[in-house]
Design a binder for this molecule. Structure first.
Ligand SMILES: Cc1ncc(COP(=O)(O)O)c(C=O)c1O
Length: 381
């Protein structure tokens, strides 16, 4: 990966959106929509940077939310169709949601019975999430597989006839995670084969997220052909709602070495943290790439990189560098837009990284910095 043109004077840590890379990914979405006829929503749970929404608004049909705050942000900042799904809604949530979301998806016959009438009276479209029993999550095993045993997501086959199909507009099946075209096409064909009588009762089908459409190796033509065939067979509208697949490889987390240490190995301590700023590194787990660094032994100088929190396991990984690291050395982690700053914590009072945008002309803009007051206000009065 080429080194981004970042200012030497920039403050770290900082998440930096690379607009040129985002625009390349948006071209994939535009082609997908144009050639398949599907509608595409941005899943803001994976990435939400309202300052960049104006770049995306024309490409997407809307956004999809996991609850009322994301729905409100989608309504106010994205400004197009807002869809929302949660495995259960809290008392009062649907009453508040209807101000912002006009496609509300329910998880079970009980949730529809309880809250469907409120959504319907407000003129919202009613969706139902089905667990189609199709597993293809390529990341994290059962951790990210919505169809894992005992999953709480979606009405299972056993209960499907308890749903009030006359009142349901949208059949929803989200089962993928970082899946290539095999997974996307497999899901579409599985739903067509196994659920045809139910598809004939609805006006639209939402095949969820997890379609890793901008990952090198994703065969977009296969997805387009599968959607076209599905639409022709059932004459329904098709939605996709990817998150990670929109922003994969569109930005960085830029950090600085603030301390060096030795305990059996060379250790470098950064002004960032896996625990606070890259939670998926520990959760998945995985080792993110660093521009100019290699695997241990690949270059002359090996280091274990760790965060500045008190958690022993706050370790990002082991890398090698062509030159020895020094206090002040800059470290640029790649692919740091998806599921990163949307999951930040301030454990240990660790400052949150800046949110910044690197424009195509090289302009670097910090759109938000976080200070002591941001940390303090979340802890009480
Ligand atoms: C219902 C639903 N839709 C869409 C997404 C977005 O998935 P991804 O970011 O993997 O594309 C998720 C992720 O968990 C989800 O649960």
């Amino acid at each position: 990966m080429t080194t981004p043109n970042l200012p030497t004077s920039m403050a770290t840590p900082a998440y930096v959106l690379d607009v040129a890379a985002l625009k390349r990914n948006l071209e994939t979405v535009a082609r997908l929509k144009r050639e398949s006829g599907a509608k595409v929503l941005l899943a803001t749970k994976a990435w939400a940077m309202p300052d960049a929404f104006p770049l995306m608004r024309d490409t997407f049909d809307g956004s999809t939310a996991s609850g009322e705050y994301e729905a409100r942000m989608g309504f106010e900042d994205f400004g197009k169709e807002v869809h929302v799904y949660a495995p259960a809604y809290a008392p009062g949530e649907v009453e508040r949601l209807i101000a912002h979301a006009h496609h509300i998806y329910f998880n079970s016959p009980e949730q529809i019975a309880q809250f469907g009438p409120i959504a319907r009276a407000a003129g919202a479209k009613i969706g139902v999430r089905i667990n189609p029993g199709y597993s293809n999550a390529t990341l994290g095993g059962a951790l990210y597989d919505p169809c894992a045993p005992c999953s709480r997501f979606g009405t299972t086959r056993a209960d499907i006839d308890k749903l009030p199909w006359d009142e349901i507009d949208i059949f929803h099946a989200h089962t993928l995670c970082e899946s290539l075209a095999d997974g996307s096409v497999g899901l579409i064909e599985h739903v067509a084969r196994e659920f045809a009588p139910y598809i004939r009762k609805v006006k639209a089908v939402n095949f969820g997220g997890g379609h890793f459409i901008n990952k090198p190796g994703y065969d977009l033509d296969r997805l387009i052909a599968a959607i076209r065939a599905f639409r022709e067979q059932f004459n329904v509208e098709v939605f996709l709602e990817p998150g990670g697949g929109i922003v994969v490889n569109t930005g960085y987390l830029v950090a600085t070495v603030i301390g060096l240490h030795w305990n059996e190995k060379n250790l470098a301590i950064l002004d960032t943290s896996a625990s606070c700023h890259m939670p998926d590194v520990l959760e998945v787990p995985y080792t993110p790439d660093i521009i100019g660094a290699g695997k241990p032994g690949e270059h002359a100088h090996d280091y274990v990189l760790g965060g500045k929190t008190c958690m022993t396991g706050d370790v990002i990984g082991e890398y090698s560098f062509p030159e020895p690291l020094q206090v002040g050395s800059r470290i640029v982690f790649t692919d740091m837009m998806q599921y990163s700053f949307v999951k930040n914590t301030t454990f240990n009072g660790t400052p949150r990284p800046d949110l910044a945008i690197l424009d195509e002309d090289g302009t670097y803009r910090v759109v938000r910095s976080f200070g002591y007051e941001d940390y303090r206000q979340q802890l009480g009065s």
